[in-house]
Ligand binder design. Sequence first.
Ligand SMILES: Cc1cc2nc3c(=O)[nH]c(=O)nc-3n(C[C@H](O)[C@H](O)[C@H](O)COP(=O)(O)O)c2cc1C
Length: 214
Amino acid sequence: MNVIEALNARHSTRAFLPAPVEKDKLNAILEAALRTPSWANSQPWEIFVATGGTLDRVKKAYLKKYEEKAPAAPETPRPAEWSQAAKDRQKQLAPDMKRDCGDAVDQFGKLNQNMFYAPCAVFVCMDKILSEWSLYDIGAYSQSLMLAAREYGVASIPAITMVLYPDVLRQELKIPDHLKITIGIALGYVDENNAINKFVSARSALSEVVRFLD
Ligand SMILES: Cc1cc2nc3c(=O)[nH]c(=O)nc-3n(C[C@H](O)[C@H](O)[C@H](O)COP(=O)(O)O)c2cc1C
């Protein structure tokens, strides 16, 4: 698979099969993502991978939090504001998903609450002392990971819902206090029988977002 194919093939998967990602594939994906560029090669990413019993405990603890209506506490706060253009694009998401997935969209919340039933969850962290520039590097790392996953037939989704309860993650994954938990990325194999995975998100036209200046 070349890079353009991987870019086009990657999309967010919201229902995974229980089959684990083989350890050698997982290692190859994580190894490839290390080639991500970063400010002065600072490589701010600190990665915690949860599978098996550890991930089961995390998911169980999250479900308890949801049941208790525990307040979410992501360590990168939710945006206070969006531009009008961003709002307009976000508004399109729900109707597009309904168009592609039909009634399967009703599972959206439950799938999020169960970390999409993924067999593998990668939590990307960085030192709390670092700046927005390192967050930029973390974003690049995340895309590298997801593209590398495509090469191995492994599907993914980055999800804020996976990092809503950092206290659970810190306890189960032994994440030290000096690290900020930025994003969770679920990895696994696509459940082709779940129509939620039929969703193909739209993109703005090139002419809308790119200005060529001769
Ligand atoms: C930082 C970030 C957080 C996201 N959080 C969630 C989430 O919590 N739940 C979810 O279902 N999708 C989440 N997504 C997936 C986006 O909805 C998705 O990337 C977007 O709609 C474009 O679709 P695509 O990934 O299929 O191309 C997140 C994506 C990013 C980049």
